[in-house]
Design a protein around this ligand. Structure first.
Ligand SMILES: [Fe+2]
Length: 163
C-alpha cells in the first residue's frame, strides 16, 4: 500500500472485497487516513533479479504493471519520464544505492531508464504484478517520444509463447 507518495508504505491483507486490513502505525505521522489517498497493489506475481554491468543502461521503457524494485548491490542512476502530449519529458533523475527501493505505479510512474554507475555489476530485485521478462511492453526514443514494442527477455526460463 502507498499513500500518494508513490513509495511502499505498508503491507496489508485483503480481508473482504474492497477491505484491506493494515497496522495502525501505517496511518500516523503524516500518512493520510483518507482511503481515497491510498493505492493498494495486489497480486505480486513475479520476483526477478536483474544484473546490469558497469556503464550499461536499459532503454527508456515502461512496465505496464505495479511493482517494487530494490537495489541489492552496486549503484545506479535512474531517469523517470512522463508522457506529455505524445512526447516524453524527463521529470526526475535520482541516484540509487544498495538498499534503496522505489515503486512502479502506472500509468504515471511507469517509464524510466536505469544505468549502472558502480564499478561492479548492479543487481536489483523486482517484484512485479506481471511477467515483466516475457510480456511485450514499450521502449521509447527519449527525444522524439516514439515508442516501439519491447520485451526484455530478462528470464532464465522460456516464455510461454516460445515453448
Ligand atoms: Fe524498469
Amino acid at each position: 500500500m502507498s499513500n500518494g507518495r508513490n513509495i511502499f508504505t505498508c503491507g496489508g491483507s485483503l480481508v473482504a472485497p474492497g477491505w484491506v486490513l493494515s497496522a495502525a502505525h501505517c496511518f500516523g505521522e503524516g500518512s493520510s487516513d483518507n482511503p481515497a489517498d491510498w493505492t493498494v497493489a495486489t497480486h505480486i506475481a513475479k520476483a526477478t533479479m536483474v544484473g546490469l554491468p558497469p556503464g550499461a543502461e536499459t532503454p527508456v521503457h515502461d512496465h505496464l504493471a505495479w511493482g517494487l524494485v530494490g537495489l541489492y548491490r552496486g549503484t545506479q542512476d535512474e531517469e523517470i519520464y512522463a508522457r506529455r502530449n505524445g512526447a516524453l519529458e524527463l521529470v526526475e533523475r535520482r541516484s540509487l544505492e544498495a538498499g534503496d527501493f522505489y515503486a512502479l505505479l502506472p500509468p504515471t510512474d511507469d517509464i524510466h531508464r536505469v544505468r549502472t554507475t558502480s564499478a561492479e555489476t548492479s543487481v536489483s530485485i523486482h517484484l512485479l504484478t506481471n511477467d515483466t521478462g516475457c510480456i511485450w511492453r514499450h521502449a521509447f526514443d527519449p527525444d522524439s517520444g516514439e515508442e516501439r514494442p519491447f520485451r526484455s527477455g530478462y528470464v532464465n526460463v522460456a516464455c510461454e509463447e516460445d515453448e
